[in-house]
Design a protein around this ligand. Structure first.
Ligand code: B12
Length: 212
């Protein structure tokens, strides 16, 4: 089994130690961090999702697979974050109220940080009021909202409304994402941007903040 297969298999089996070892071995062998992410880790989580849909995996398997993926991501993080931070602007990121999925949001954070922005991670289950507070207190120029559940997507709209009510809507760009989110939904709720993945999110932030 090559290193990438070992990472893929390790995530599928929720084997943190195997993912840790294979990720380190891959980097030592000269494989690029983004290659490991795109060709092993993300496909493994997709496969985990498929197995869950087919009732072959249940929540405990999802949890240990997610924990194994996080172990690998932690090793890739310094490699993905190539440049210094804090110089170009500030982005606050959070997973919306009621939603505990944070792998995608964390990845978006890593890529935005890698593009040279300061990232404030608000965590998961973040209420509209907490996003408003982050804009007020942290002076974030962009906020990123993540949702993985169709039932929590409406909290994105509520957050945009809360920003409007607080008189902050013109001061901050709102970007949204997560597997069930679409460009169409972003247009519908009046978000400023949507991307399908973390690399595109970093590009979008760069565009938004260079316009100012
Ligand atoms: C891992 C996982 C979990 C883990 C989460 C662990 C963690 N710390 O994140 C646990 C076990 C906790 C979990 C729980 C649940 N889950 Co779950 N989970 C998943 C799974 C398998 C993978 C998600 C993931 O991490 N993907 C990998 C990352 C990298 O991808 P991503 O999140 O989509 O992020 C990328 C893009 O979307 C984008 N992006 C993400 N956020 C943002 C933000 C911005 C601003 C931008 C621009 C871009 C962006 O960039 C990212 C990187 O490229 C998915 C299935 C799937 N394939 O999506 C189900 C899934 C999301 N879960 C699901 C369900 C139903 C649940 C539970 C309700 C199960 C239950 N019965 O308890 C609970 C809900 C808990 C809660 N309140 O949130 C369903 C949702 C169905 C739906 N339509 O709403 C899914 C789709 C599985 C399924 N097919 O049924 N889950």
């Amino acid at each position: 089994m090559d290193h990438k297969e070992a990472i893929f298999q390790g995530i599928l089996e929720g084997d943190m130690a195997a993912v840790d070892a294979a990720t380190r071995a891959s980097l030592d062998a000269g494989l690029a961090a983004n290659e490991l992410l795109d060709q092993a880790m993300i496909p493994a989580m997709d496969e985990v999702g498929r197995l869950f849909e087919e009732n072959e995996y249940y929540v405990p398997e999802l949890l240990i697979a997610a924990r194994a993926m996080k172990a690998g991501l932690a090793i890739l993080r310094p490699h993905l974050v190539a440049q210094g931070i804090g110089s170009r602007g500030k982005v606050a990121l959070g997973t919306v109220k009621g939603d505990l999925h944070d792998i995608g949001k964390n990845l978006v954070g890593i890529m935005i940080e890698g593009a040279g922005f300061e990232v404030v991670d608000l965590g998961v289950d973040v209420s509209p009021a907490q996003f408003v507070q982050a804009v007020e207190e942290e002076n974030a120029q962009v906020i990123g909202l993540s949702a993985l559940l169709t039932t929590t997507m409406p909290s994105m709209q509520r957050t945009i409304e809360a920003l409007r009510e607080a008189g902050l809507r013109d001061k901050v760009k709102v970007i949204i994402g997560g597997a069930p989110v679409t460009q169409r939904y972003a247009d519908e709720i009046g978000a400023d941007g949507y991307t399908r993945d973390a690399a595109a999110a970093a590009k979008l932030v760069r565009q938004m903040l260079s316009e100012d």
